[in-house]
Design a protein around this ligand. Sequence first.
Ligand code: NDP
Length: 474
Amino acid sequence: GQATIGVIGLAVMGSNLARNLASREGNTVAVHNRTTSKTEALVEEHPEAGFVATETIDDFVAALAKPRKAIIMVQAGAGTDAVIDQLAERFEEGDVIVDGGNADFHDTIRREEALRERGLHFVGCGISGGEEGALHGPSLMPGGSDEAWEVLAPALRSIAAVAEGEPCVTHVGHDGAGHFVKMVHNGIEYADMQLIAESYDLLRRIGGHDPDALADVFEEWNGGDLESYLIEITAEVLRQTDADTGQPLVDVILDQAGSKGTGVWTVQNATGLGVPTTAIGEAVFARALSSSEDHRDAVRRTFPDRPDLPEAPDGFEDDVRSALYASKVVAYAQGFDLIRAGAEEHDWDIDLAAVARIWRGGCIIRAKFLDRIAEAFDDDPSLVTLLAHPYFADAVRDGEAAWRRVVALAATSGVPAPAFGSALASYDALASERLPAALIQGQRDFFGAHTYRRTDRDGVFHTLWSGDRSEVSE
Ligand code: NDP
C-alpha cells in the first residue's frame, strides 16, 4: 500500500479531517465510506488532495502502508464497533486503529483492551473544533499506548491547530484517557456557555442593553482577560439580524437549548467520582430546564407577577464581567479537578498543564485564559485546585465583591443566574471554616447510625439517639 494513513467514514467530520491530512506534507490519505458514492464525491470534488479512493474494506486495508494507521470517523456507538471489527479482522500486529468519534470513554477502554489482546493498537482520540476544526486544525486528545502514539504522532501533529507555535495535540494517557479528557472539555464548554448566557441575560434585563449594544460589550470583553472563541462568537450571534423579521436573531430563536449528551456524561462521571463540578451540573440542568416546556408553562401561569426589574446600578457592566471571570475560574478549576480524579481512578498519567495547552487552539473553549492554567500547573503540578494558585486567587479576590453584588441583584430581580450562584456557593463553601456537613452527619447518625468523627479526638462515634443519648465509640 502507498497511503500513509486512512480515514474511514466520510460524512462531514471524516471528509474534513481527510482533507486536512491530505493538505499536509508527508501524508498520503486513503479514504473509505460504507456508501461508495460518498467516497467518489469527495475524491471528485477534491482532486488537489490526491486521495487514494477505496471501494471495499479490503481495498482500504490493502492501500495502507505498514504499520497501518486508520482513523474512524463514523457514528459513535454501534457504527464504530462495526467498523472496528471490520478493520480488526484484517489488520496485523502493530497496526493502529484510531476512533476519532465522540465515544464514551468506557467503550474506548473496552475496545482498547480487546484489540490489545489481538496485538493491535487502539487509540480513542478526542477531536474538538467541529467541522471547521477538523478541516483547518482541531485540538486532538489521543489516548492509547505509548507505541501507538509514536506511530501516530507525526500525522496528528501535522493536522492539529497551532497555538503559540505548538501543535494542539498531546498523548493524554493510556486507553480511554483521551476520550475522558474530551468529555470533560465538553462539560467545561457547557459551563462556559451557560456563564456567558447568564451574563447576557443580566445585562439585557437589568442592564437594559439591546442585542446590538451587547455585541459591543462582548467584543470589548474579548479584548481583555476574557478573550476566547466563545466570547467572540457570542458577539457575532448577538449582532445578527433575522432577515425575515428584521428582529435580532437571538430574539427569534426558540429558547430551548439542546445537547448531544457529552455534558450529561461529564456530570454522571463527576457524581460517580465524587467531584463537585457544580458549574457544569448547573449548565446541563439549565439546558434541560429550558426544554421543559410543560413545567415552564405551568409555573409561568401560576406566578404571573414577577419582581420589578431594577435600574442597572453604576458599574453593573464591569461587575458582570468580574462575576463572569470569577465564575469561570471556578468552573475550569472544577473541570481540572475531574480530570485529576479520573486519572487517579483509571491509572492515567495525565499532565494537566499539557491538557490546558492543547486546548488553547482549535477547540471550542480555546482562550487566552488556558495559558494561565497551563502556567499554574507548570509552576506546581500537584496544585490542589486552581483557586489556590496566586494568579487565580488574585483574580477571584479582585472580583469577589462584584460577584456577590451580581448574584444578590440577580436573586432580588428574579433573573436566574444558576451557574453564577452555584460557582459562588462552591467558592464560599470551600473557603468556609466550618460547613453544615456536621449537622448532616448528626442527622445521618440519628436515623441510620451512620456514625461520625469528632474534631477533637480520633475514632468513630455514635450517639445512642433512641436510648439515653450517651456517646459510644466503635
Ligand atoms: P455521523 O455521526 O453523522 O456518521 C455518519 C458516518 O458514519 C457516515 O460516514 C456513515 O456511512 C457512517 N456509518 C454509520 N454507521 C455505520 C456502519 N454501521 N458501518 C459503516 N459506516 C457507518 O458523521 P459526522 O461526520 O457528523 O461525525 C463523525 C463522528 O465525529 C461522530 O462520532 C461524531 O460524534 C463525531 N463528531 C464530532 C464533532 C466534533 O466537533 N468533534 C462534531 C460532529 C461529530 P454512510 O455514508 O454509509 O451512511
